[in-house]
Write a protein that binds this ligand. Structure first.
Ligand code: HPA
Length: 235
């Protein structure tokens, strides 16, 4: 068992979907996986292992924000031998041509987090990026499923509520599509410990237009993203 995950060795698959919300991990396990078994409930951060198309896959809640996501990503890779992780989550859109329910794949992740700055002693602005193979597979998989997917850079922010919307406007000028809160840390830790990582997101709200998804819209949008994530992680 690791410090924060109550699984025994071998209980977690080498391929893991990483939603932020533990209840979404449960929903994914119950809705999509066969023979899903819960392997951890430590701190309520649920994790399940089952099969998708006959292949072993785990789904582990990561919590919100980079400190929490870092803990789970680190322990999955270093304590349980996980080889690839795909974060699936929601984001607030900045790009005006994105709409609620759209699926975004993060090719790279800018961040205001101090975690990477302290990692490189403030001397390097490390650029956290997706694994190219996973990204290419996700794009092909989305095309095969008939789901449009937008590939581009995003912002991993420390704070959900910001006093500086002007900084979001500035990032949008540089093609940053959307804001979420975990991807930069997940990409960095995967790179550091030799695993593959990707982030796939559904637009749950539009920051500039002040729009938010209805509950019914949410489930359909999230289902598209989960199917892309599952088909990508087993290939
Ligand atoms: N900010 C950060 N994370 C998010 C948002 C947002 O507006 N929407 C969904 N996840």
């Amino acid at each position: 068992m690791s410090v924060h995950i109550g699984a025994k060795p071998g209980e977690i698959a080498e391929r893991v979907l990483l939603p932020g919300d533990p209840m979404r991990a449960k929903w994914i396990a119950e809705t999509f996986l066969e023979d899903a078994v819960c392997y951890t409930q430590v701190r309520g951060m649920l994790g399940f292992t089952g099969t998708w198309q006959g292949q072993r896959v785990s789904v582990q809640g990561s919590g919100m924000g980079m400190p929490s996501a870092s803990i789970y990503t680190h322990e999955l890779i270093n304590e349980y031998g996980v080889k690839s992780v795909i974060r699936i989550g929601s984001c607030g859109a900045l790009a005006m041509d994105l709409n609620l329910g759209d699926v975004v794949a993060a090719i790279g992740s800018a961040t205001d987090s101090n975690m990477n700055r302290s990692r490189f002693d403030g001397l390097i602005d490390y650029a956290p990026v997706a694994d190219f193979g996973l990204l290419r597979t996700a794009v092909d998989t989305a095309a095969a499923q008939g789901v449009p997917i937008r590939v581009g850079p995003i912002l991993a922010a420390d704070a959900f509520y910001t006093d500086r919307p002007d900084l979001y406007d500035a990032l949008a000028l540089y093609g940053v599509l959307a804001v979420e809160m975990e991807s930069a840390a997940i990409y960095t830790i995967a790179a550091r410990y030799g695993a593959k990582a990707l982030t796939i997101l559904t637009v749950s709200d539009h920051i500039k237009r002040g729009e938010a998804m209805e509950a019914a819209q949410r489930e359909q949008g999230f289902s598209n993203m989960v199917r892309i994530g599952l088909d990508t992680i087993i290939s």
